[in-house]
Write a protein that binds this ligand. Structure first.
Ligand SMILES: Nc1ncnc2c1ncn2[C@@H]1O[C@H](COP(=O)(O)OP(=O)(O)OP(=O)(O)O)[C@@H](O)[C@H]1O
Ligand SMILES: [Mg+2]
Length: 324
């Protein structure tokens, strides 16, 4: 794995206002992403995991400028992408693509696949009509769909096929960076593995492509990622190479998450750790360590002082006061 940082997220905060009353005054904020710093290496697959609502999608959307951060920077190839406008922003939008959980919402229902792909290729990639049609066939073949499907509309595909169409559209632009947000979660298990294999094949084909793979399916993330970041309530609480993270989780939250996945062959048996209570609301983040209300090991210090990320083994970072 190369260690060149292609994208550096620095102290990113994305807050959404909570409005109340007739005047719709802002009475607080949902801290969807609350001071996240993360360096993504060129060519790697970084898995991003954590329970529902912890801020994974919000980070993915901020990366492709679909939502405006409250504070912080996202440096992509030396440029702060949050400051880009006009042509530079358009250029960035081509390089950074996102595949959503629900491909229905991202595909135009009134456009055939041929029209959609060839439009992308002519308008954004500057191809002529003939080249674009040829490339459309190639792209469909590349994602495992028959080029004969080109005249179909999105509703004429199954869920798995539609996800392939969404991936074909994303790779039509030859992105450098692909965010896959729960790209396989809605599909049944056999189709899931086909799409994962497709994503891994694409990775072999486009070796420089960097993936941010967002998912709450830990077994999928383990399979596909070089490194994994674990989020809890708007923060990254642990980051490490995949094998190290799954073998030696350092943060009590990661330990609990991993203890919930069914045993995989060759892994030592773990006692399931049941976390007490509910995930607190992102509109009311606990003081100190935000995990302390559910942590079985919380001490007085955890209730008052927020732990920072520390390197607990080479390349393995976690934010917990209990780490030596
Ligand atoms: N546009 C928005 N307006 C207000 N709150 C939002 C908005 N988008 C997200 N949130 C809130 O921000 C928090 C993080 O949401 P996000 O979608 O990033 O979570 P997630 O980790 O992707 O969850 P899931 O696994 O369910 O997809 C949640 O509390 C959510 O309700
Ligand atoms: Mg999400």
């Amino acid at each position: 794995m190369q260690n060149n940082v292609v994208c550096s997220i620095e102290n990113l905060k994305v807050y959404f206002p909570i409005k109340a009353g007739l005047a719709q005054r802002t009475v607080g904020h949902i801290k969807a992403v609350d001071d996240v710093s993360l360096a993504i290496h060129g060519g790697e697959t970084l898995g991003l995991v954590g329970e529902s609502g912890c801020g994974k999608t919000t980070i993915g959307r901020a990366l492709v400028r679909l939502n405006e951060p409250t504070a912080g920077k996202i440096i992509y190839n030396g440029q702060n992408i949050l400051e880009l406008k006009g042509d530079e922003l358009r250029d960035l939008r081509r390089k950074l693509q996102i595949v959503f959980q629900d491909p229905y919402s991202s595909l135009n229902p009134r456009q055939t696949v041929r029209r959609m792909l060839s439009e992308v290729l002519t308008v954004q990639m500057g191809m002529d009509q003939k080249q674009a049609l040829e490339r459309t066939g190639e792209l469909l073949a590349q994602v495992g769909l028959s080029p004969a499907y080109a005249p179909r509309y999105p509703h004429e595909f199954s869920g798995g096929q539609r996800q392939r169409v969404a991936i074909a559209r994303a790779i039509a632009l030859q992105p450098e960076f692909l965010v896959c947000d729960e790209a396989v979660s809605a599909l049944d298990v056999s189709i899931q593995s086909q799409i994962i294999n497709l994503l891994m094949d694409l990775k072999e084909h486009y070796t420089d492509m960097t993936y941010l793979f967002i998912s709450h399916a830990l077994n999928v993330v383990e399979h596909i990622s070089d490194r994994v970041a674990v989020m809890y309530l708007g923060r990254v609480v642990e980051l490490s190479e995949t094998e190290e993270l799954f073998g030696h989780p350092a943060h009590p939250y990661t330990q609990a998450l991993l203890s919930a996945i069914p045993m995989l062959a060759g892994r030592e048996e773990r006692e399931p750790i049941v976390l007490k209570g509910e995930v607190p609301s992102a509109g009311n983040v606990p003081p100190g360590c935000r995990f302390h209300t559910r942590c079985p090991y919380a001490t007085e210090r955890c209730r008052t002082e927020e732990p920072q990320m520390r390197e607990c083994a080479p390349g393995h970072f976690a934010a917990c006061h209990l780490l030596k």
